[in-house]
Design a protein. Structure first.
Length: 381
């Protein structure tokens, strides 16, 4: 048995589970896991779920190409470029499929899922990762596990499509690209990372820029010096132009994300009613009382075990509510029995964000990114 899991079973430590969000390339990770022995059953369920969801929205104008996950897995050369895979109507569901594949593979490698969950003190997720974290807390096995997994994959894929329908501006206009490039920034998107200095300074700039009417929003507070602004591309470009000299003087970075929707702000509010029929259609009727251990919201730090229906609550957290990553990490600092965080990707972006956030909270705990071979090997030793 893995040493870390053995320690957990002996009561020496407990785990905290986390899942990442948008921004990191993910398809190559999923393609690699597709070829691993023992993963056939998982991918049969996952591809079937995605295909069923696609049939529900196949005429949507925000699906710019045929989403053929099965083909992309069997023939990696047929897959679109990372820029296309980042489109919200494609990426939300497929990122979760990648996360669940890591979750499944860890178990298949001998890190027993039942033992891990029994020793888990809580879970969270960065943006869309909160939904995957909620799935783990159901603590299901066998047919019930795969049945729920099927529904969760449909849920998030359909949410991504509806999100893009709310904000259908998938590509920047030529004028937006030209203007942004003249400011020294490429690929303008509806979300931008402003790195360096304090949150208070950036909040003041946003407030002054907005004036009376809100146009852009500080939408994610990732670490003490890393925050995201969401809004229409044209407004984010105008904000960059206004504060370019200030950003440069303070050696701050202005980096657009690979995102095609302004998540975590009021611009996405219309999805709540738009998405409700889909939730009913696929039977996503999970409640907070179904969760066997705490799952903490990054919006208000609430334990989702205390809420009723999770369908719209999770949608609201991901689409509309501001993300405060320190609130998601606060339970780790508060519980000295938590001796390790297990991060299910994709990539290791959320691992880094948690490390920096915990450092800002004056706390430290090992964080293992299951998506990276080095950390996976450490977990399995």
């Amino acid at each position: 048995m893995a040493k870390l899991l053995d320690q957990a079973q002996s009561g020496a430590l407990r785990f905290y589970l986390q899942f990442g969000g948008q921004g990191a390339p993910y398809l190559k990770e999923m393609q690699k896991l597709y070829s691993e022995a023992g993963m056939a059953n998982y991918f049969s369920v996952a591809t079937s779920a995605i295909e069923a969801a696609i049939r529900m929205v196949e005429n949507s104008p925000v699906l710019p190409l045929k989403v053929d996950l099965r083909r992309w897995l069997e023939d990696p050369a047929s897959a679109p470029a990372d820029e296309t895979m980042a489109i919200a109507s494609i990426s939300l569901g497929l990122i979760q499929a990648t996360q669940f594949a890591h979750y499944e593979y860890l178990h298949l490698c001998g890190f027993d899922r039942r033992a891990m969950l029994k020793a888990t003190a809580g879970a969270t997720g960065h943006s869309q990762g909160l939904i995957a974290a909620t799935f783990t807390a159901l603590c299901l096995e066998g047919k019930a596990y795969y049945d729920a997994l099927y529904i969760f994959l449909q849920y998030l894929f359909l949410m991504g499509v509806r999100a893009q329908e709310v904000f259908p501006f998938i590509e920047a206009t030529p004028a937006e690209v030209a203007k942004s490039e003249s400011l020294g920034a490429k690929a303008p998107a509806p979300m931008v990372a402003v790195l360096g200095e304090s949150h208070a300074l950036v909040e003041k700039w946003v407030s002054d820029f907005n004036g009376v009417n809100k146009k852009i929003y500080v939408s994610l507070y990732n670490t003490p010096s890393n925050r995201i602004i969401s809004g229409p591309r044209s407004e984010l470009i105008a904000f960059h132009e206004r504060y370019k000299s200030e950003l440069e003087a303070r050696q701050m970075k202005y980096i657009y994300l690979r995102s095609t929707c302004p998540f975590h702000c009021e611009l996405m509010q219309p999805i709540l009613e738009k998405f409700r029929p889909d939730i009913e259609r696929i039977g996503f009727h999970f409640k907070g009382s179904d969760l066997k251990f705490p799952v903490y919201s990054f919006w208000d730090g609430e334990n989702l075990q205390n809420v009723g229906e999770l369908g719209l609550r999770l949608t609201d957290d991901l689409m509309v509510k501001t993300l405060y990553w320190d609130k998601a990490m606060a339970p780790v600092k508060a519980d000295n029995t938590i001796g390790a965080i297990l991060d299910f990707g994709p990539g290791k972006t959320s691992q880094r964000l948690s490390e920096e956030t915990l450092q800002g909270l004056g706390h430290s705990v090992p964080i293992y990114a299951v998506a990276t071979p080095k950390d996976l090997k450490t977990l399995l030793d």
